[in-house]
Write a protein that binds this ligand. Structure first.
Ligand SMILES: CC(C)(COP(=O)(O)OP(=O)(O)OC[C@H]1O[C@@H](n2cnc3c(N)ncnc32)[C@H](O)[C@@H]1OP(=O)(O)O)[C@@H](O)C(=O)NCCC(=O)NCCS
Length: 224
């Protein structure tokens, strides 16, 4: 486990899950939380210091060389804009993200998990699957053999990616959705909660239903 100085971004539901997970992993102590000024009181509820907002990140990075972060922002509906903007800011400041793996996730020793990914409770990641940097694998998700999740992909609780599925960078899979074997989901696409996806989904498209059908372009996520 890294002993880098560590900060938490956000204090909502996703952040609280990450914080508990960090404790279960015997992770390093968190120096404090990054939140807009008007939400600073939420840091106290977590028993942590409020270190400032996004604008204070450059100063914090200077003050603590080797600073690492946990991105505690989830998605709003299927909107990842805030999460992606923060990841960009952290990249520019060379602030690494801590990789989180719940001790009760089942992860094949032949699977790869890239830096900054977050694997939540009860997830199953099978042999030769690959999880990209900063991807979120929600509670109880199943990633079957040889399936790939692109960088910053977000998979909601209970979704299933069957064998050899390819999920592009920044794509979102809603909770309980099922992607059938070998299907490719393009970058920044959104699969609605509960959808069953039988055919490839082009980049930036939104699909819904059983079987899933295209319902238009994603407007809430940058495609690059
Ligand atoms: C796909 C999704 C993004 C649509 O959100 P939205 O654009 O706000 O859509 P709305 O709620 O305005 O609904 C628009 C229409 O789509 C339908 N719809 C919405 N979500 C649907 C779903 N998952 N499956 C089927 N139909 C759905 C609505 O019933 C509505 O139909 P209508 O116009 O006939 O009444 C959202 O429903 C979703 O599935 N998000 C995933 C959330 C998730 O799993 N997050 C993980 C967090 S841990």
């Amino acid at each position: 486990m890294s002993i880098k100085p560590l900060i938490l971004l956000g204090a909502g539901g996703h952040a609280r899950i990450c914080l508990e997970l960090l404790g279960l992993m015997d992770g390093p102590e968190v120096l404090g939380v990054i939140l807009p000024a008007e939400e600073g009181h939420l840091a106290q509820r977590l028993g942590l210091a409020h270190l400032g907002g996004d604008d204070d990140l450059p100063d914090l990075a200077r003050r603590w060389p080797g600073l690492a972060a946990i991105v505690g922002l989830g998605i709003n509906g299927a909107d990842m804009r805030v999460r992606l903007r923060l990841l960009k800011t952290l990249d520019a400041l060379q602030i690494d993200r801590l990789t989180l793996r719940h001790p009760r996730a089942v992860i094949s020793q032949h699977a790869t998990i890239e830096s900054g990914a977050q694997v939540m409770a009860g997830a199953i990641i099978q042999r030769d699957a690959a999880i990209g940097a900063d991807a979120v694998i929600g509670s109880g998700v199943i990633i079957e053999h040889d399936a790939h999740v692109g960088d910053a992909g977000f998979i909601g609780p209970g979704a299933v990616l069957c064998g050899q599925v390819e999920l592009g960078p920044r794509a979102v899979v809603g909770c309980g959705a099922c992607i059938l074997p070998g299907v490719r989901i393009g970058q920044s696409a959104v699969v609605a909660a509960g959808a069953v996806v039988r055919r490839d989904v082009p980049a930036g498209q939104r699909v819904m239903g059983v079987p899933a059908r295209e319902v238009g372009e994603v407007t809430s996520s940058p495609t690059a």
